[in-house]
Design a protein around this ligand. Structure first.
Ligand code: SAH
Length: 263
């Protein structure tokens, strides 16, 4: 990470799914020196705590559907601080280039001739797969992965149904409170109601919860707290759950501590 002398620079940084150890080393380095951090609601407290103590932290996230700042206002803030010669971070949950409006931000920065760089992050689907111990591309049952989203605004154009085959793993971001609509739409479009499905809430965070269902049960199932993500497809069959409880990732940390390994 080098400090530009004259004009500032904007880093679009992926904060990962929540656990601070899942940040890249590069993200941690830039966070430690940035002067301004514009962050989303999904960025976890422990990740924010890694920012420089004197950094200006600006919450630009959405809460309960209420937008704190418009996209234009966010773009203007990025440009404003960069023009003051500052190192600016646009910190987004997961990976900055997936479902994060980075396209608009990069365009605004290009138009304003502001230097910028992308620091990728672990996207929620990958964090959720790790939490549920599911291989998204298990070659015995899956041949492709689809990262998609469900929102009422996208209406009928939500999914490219032709792309969905029985060996597709579908990762559905932003399911909101619409689990039953998601399930209904999939079934209407020929996905079997018995197709396995996993709901992962707060993947990699202390509040992590995993529910193993199928599409029929998803329609009636309980809502889990946001953020949550749905993984649908044969790879999500419940058999993966059985030994989950007997070997939790924290055991590795305990083992490492008892052997005095520093990790
Ligand atoms: N850029 C982000 C996605 C932003 S959209 C990324 O790459 O992950 C926000 C959606 O991501 C949420 O509605 C939820 O579906 C998902 N999400 C983000 N963090 C999550 C987490 N820790 N656990 C489960 N889902 C998460």
């Amino acid at each position: 990470v080098s400090r530009p002398l004259q004009s500032g620079k904007v880093y679009l940084v992926g904060a990962g799914p929540g656990h601070p150890d899942l940040l890249t080393l590069k993200a941690a380095k830039v966070l430690a020196l940035a002067e301004v951090v514009l962050f989303d609601a999904l960025v976890s407290g422990p990740v924010l705590a890694m920012a420089h103590p004197e950094a200006l932290l600006i919450d630009v996230g959405k809460r309960a559907g209420r937008k704190l700042l418009t996209q234009d206002e966010i773009n203007r803030l990025l440009i404003h601080y960069a023009r003051q010669g500052k190192i600016v971070i646009r910190l987004k949950g997961g990976d900055p280039l997936l479902f994060g409006r980075a396209g608009e931000e990069m365009e605004a920065l290009r138009d304003a001739r502001i230097e910028f760089e992308i620091i990728p992050g672990i996207t929620a689907a990958v964090g959720a797969a790790a939490a549920a111990r599911i291989s998204l591309t298990d070659r015995r049952v899956a041949s492709q992965v689809l990262f998609t989203t469900f929102s009422r605004e996208s209406g009928e154009n939500w999914l490219n149904w032709a792309a969905i085959t029985p060996d597709t793993t579908i990762a559905i971001y932003m399911p909101g409170a619409h689990y039953s609509q998601v399930a209904a739409r999939l079934v209407e479009n020929g996905i079997a109601p018995g197709t396995p499905c996993v709901v992962v809430s707060n993947a990699t965070r202390a509040e992590e919860q995993v529910r193993w269902l199928n599409l029929a049960a998803l329609a009636e199932g309980e809502r889990l707290p946001a953020p949550s993500l749905l993984l649908v497809g044969r790879v999500a069959a419940k058999k993966a759950e059985h030994w989950r409880e007997s070997f939790r990732p924290e055991m590795f940390l305990r083992d490492a501590e008892s052997k005095n390994l520093s990790i």
